[in-house]
Each structure stands twice: as C-alpha cells, then as structure tokens.
Design a protein around this ligand. Structure first.
Ligand code: ADE
Length: 229
C-alpha cells in the first residue's frame, strides 16, 4: 500500500514515519509513505502557497493552484483510483472502522491544510472525504494525517509480526482491551491475577472478555451500547 501525504512540512512526516513499526514496514516493503511538498507545485515565482482571505479575517488561506497540481501529479503517478482525504476538524471523526476501509485501498492521498485552511473550491474539486481525528484544533493536518497513516498501516498484512494482535486490540470488537501482565509475578506487592497462571485457555479467554466488558463499562459506557455486550 502507498500513502501519499501532501504537506508544507515534508520533514515532519519523514522523521516520524521512518521510526518504529511503520518504519520497519516501509523497509520491508509492506507500505510506502511518500511526503509530497505542496510548495514544490506552486507556480508563483516566490513559491507562495497562501494569501489573505476574501472577506477579511485573521490568518491566511492556502490557495487552490499548488494543492490541485500536487494532487493531479500524485494521481498521475499512482496510475489508479486513490481517494483524496482532507484532514480537518470539520471532517467525520476517524474510527477503527474507517481505518479498515482505508486499509482496503491500494493507495491513499492525505491532504494536510495549514493556516486558516484551504480554499473551499479545491475541496469541492478534488477531495473525496474529510476526516477529523477529534474535537480539538491542531496547528496543521500533519499529525492527523500521521495518526490515520499509522492506524491504517498496522492493518496492512505483514506489518504486524503477530497478525493476531491486530484483531484483539481495543475497538476491534467494540470493547476496550483487557489488562495485560508480564514478569515478575509479584511486583511491589501486586500479584498477577491467578487465572492467568492456570494454563486453562478457555478460562483465561472468559476472564479477559469479562475484564474487557467491565473496563468498557467503567471507562467508555458509550461503547457498550454499540457493542451489545
Ligand atoms: N487539522 C487541524 N485540526 C485537526 C483535527 N482535529 N483533525 C484533523 N485535521 C486537523
């Protein structure tokens, strides 16, 4: 899978996306994250990408031309259908379900806005979906794009070494994850729950499910209704 992130800050993307599991997945060829500098596509002689908003108001607005040309260049390079997703607090809230939908694509084009946003006409012209990572405002779309890229990448076959762990995480069954323990068996007088040492897999599974339900009721009662647990 190929993920193209269109941004004014390509270094920010490259620095983060070459680390850890996503970095390893890129080295292994399971995914490729391309940071595309929107400024490279500006036809302005000073490589300008933004201007004052019509109607007045604070801040600057990214004008359509460089964004449109960058998207068209990436589309030509991809050579197949790839959805253009604009990261914005106005978008639909990102979820595990959306991550699965995106992971089914061969390629994704993630568009990061900056300043006061981007000209509405380029959104109408090229954007297929608008996605928010939550009800708060970031300084730009880069962190949001990387949140989406990370959540999608771990669902691409081969990225996680233990494929099982993609399915048992929080949200996959609409519940939060059960508590995990490792050695030592006793730490600061706190013992690992006895049942986990029993070797009885059916009992362990039942206990874990119970813990997931309990934890979800406590921390996220809103999810319980959806899960029907
Ligand atoms: N850009 C700025 N804030 C954002 C958010 N919460 N989600 C997605 N993109 C953003």
């Amino acid at each position: 899978m190929e993920i193209y992130i269109l941004t004014l800050f390509p270094d920010m993307i490259q620095t983060v996306m070459r680390e850890s599991i996503v970095g390893r997945a890129q080295d292994a060829g399971h995914i490729k994250v391309h940071a595309v500098n929107i400024r490279d596509y500006s036809t302005d002689k000073h490589k300008k990408v933004d201007d004052y908003p019509y109607g007045g108001g604070a801040g600057m607005v990214m004008f359509p031309q460089p964004i449109y040309d960058a998207v068209m260049a990436v589309r030509a390079q991809v050579g197949r259908e790839a959805p253009v997703i604009y990261l914005t607090p106005q978008g639909k809230t990102f979820s595990q379900e959306m991550a699965h939908d995106f992971a089914g694509e061969d390629a994704l084009i993630l568009l990061c806005g900056h300043y006061e946003g981007i000209d509405e006409r380029v959104i109408e012209e090229v954007v297929d979906a608008q996605v928010s990572i939550g009800d708060y405002v970031l300084t730009g779309g880069e962190l949001a794009a990387m949140v989406v890229a990370d959540a999608v990448a771990r669902l691409v076959p081969g990225v996680l070494h233990n494929q099982e762990s993609a399915g048992t995480e929080s949200f996959e069954d609409g519940l939060l994850e059960y508590p995990q323990y490792t050695r030592p068996r006793v730490w600061r007088n706190r013992e690992v729950p006895e049942i986990l040492l029993s070797g009885d897999h059916a009992k362990v599974d039942a206990w874990r499910h119970e813990q997931s339900v309990e934890r979800t009721k406590q921390m996220r009662p809103d999810l319980i209704k959806k899960a029907g647990a």
